[in-house]
Design a protein around this ligand. Structure first.
Ligand SMILES: O=C(O)[C@H](O)COP(=O)(O)O
Length: 292
């Protein structure tokens, strides 16, 4: 999908406020010393990453990869719990993979958000789908969050392991071989993708489609998968191919990054609403959250 098409779809949804902020900021920068204004201080954005909740195949311990299976009951609960943890962090735009488990997770999480905006899936597959899914009410748009799904964020393709039991596969091929297929950076499972191959599409998508949104001040939630997120975290945290081997992501635990001055600052997982500290992600974002 061409970048322009996405931008067109998102553009149809966005209020002009961030553009105004940008113009305003730009003018101030031109004038010189007034650059540190309220808008400028707010020139940071939240990035929430969440691995989908437990799927029906996670529950059965099957290699899943690009097979499109839904969440289990436990996964549904995890997604709702994830939503509670991020309920006060502003979200302007949601990216998900093209797979239902990531989409369910994002949707269920958003049912807990304190702004109660409605997530709406963008349909950009062809001109008619785009036209027929248009929203005309300006006020309605303001109370909606565009959801963009992209195959590039899908789980790594697990090749001939898809649908096989992880335990049985380890017994058949040996624990070390299976660990190598699952966690090494550049060794693909039979006829599947290595983490490196998965990173080539997932990180490229992140850089081309998601980073510009953060740069323009949009707060983004990204709901994806164990390995597409491992490759993106490798990029964000500048992990080496050795370090990424031991990076494990739990299902349904959101991770927060602050994007500021072109850098990603990892803030860990926001604590639940009953725990102290949930509002403390950054003072600037907090004031944005309270105003919206
Ligand atoms: O696709 C799968 O089977 C899992 O979601 C991720 O599997 P992994 O833990 O082997 O990377």
């Amino acid at each position: 999908m061409a970048a322009g098409v996405y931008n067109q779809a998102i553009g149809a949804f966005q209020s002009n406020s961030h553009i105004n902020n940008f113009n305003h900021q730009h003018k101030l920068n031109n004038i010189g010393r007034l650059a540190v204004t309220k808008d400028f201080i707010r020139n940071e954005a939240a990035l929430i990453l969440v691995r989908h909740g437990e799927s029906l195949w996670n529950e059965k311990n099957l290699f899943t990869g690009c097979v499109d299976v839904p969440l289990s009951k436990k996964g549904i609960d995890e997604a709702i719990e994830a939503g509670k943890r991020i309920s006060s962090i502003p979200v302007d735009l949601i990216f998900t993979s093209a797979l239902i488990r990531a989409q369910m997770t994002a949707m269920l999480a958003m049912t807990q958000h304190r702004r109660m905006k409605v997530p709406i899936i963008m349909h950009n597959e062809n001109e008619q789908a785009r036209e027929w899914s248009q929203v005309f009410g300006e006020d309605t748009k303001k109370h909606s969050i565009p959801v963009i799904s992209a195959w590039q964020l899908n789980e790594r393709m697990y090749g001939e392991l898809q649908g096989l039991n992880k335990q049985e596969t380890a017994e058949r091929y040996g624990k070390e071989q299976v660990h190598e297929w699952r966690r090494s950076y550049n060794i693909p499972p039979p006829n599947g993708e290595s983490l490196e191959m998965c990173a080539q599409r997932a990180v490229a998508y992140f850089r081309e489609q998601i980073e510009p949104q953060l740069l323009s001040g949009k707060n983004v939630m990204l709901s994806a998968h164990g390995n597409s997120l491992r490759s993106i975290i490798m990029y964000l945290d500048k992990l080496t191919s050795r370090e990424v081997i031991s990076l494990e992501l739990s299902t349904g635990i959101p991770m927060l990054y602050i994007f500021k001055e072109g850098r990603f600052i990892r803030r860990g997982s926001p604590t639940g609403p009953t725990e102290a500290g949930v509002y403390a992600y950054t003072r600037n974002l907090l004031s944005v959250a309270l105003e919206r």
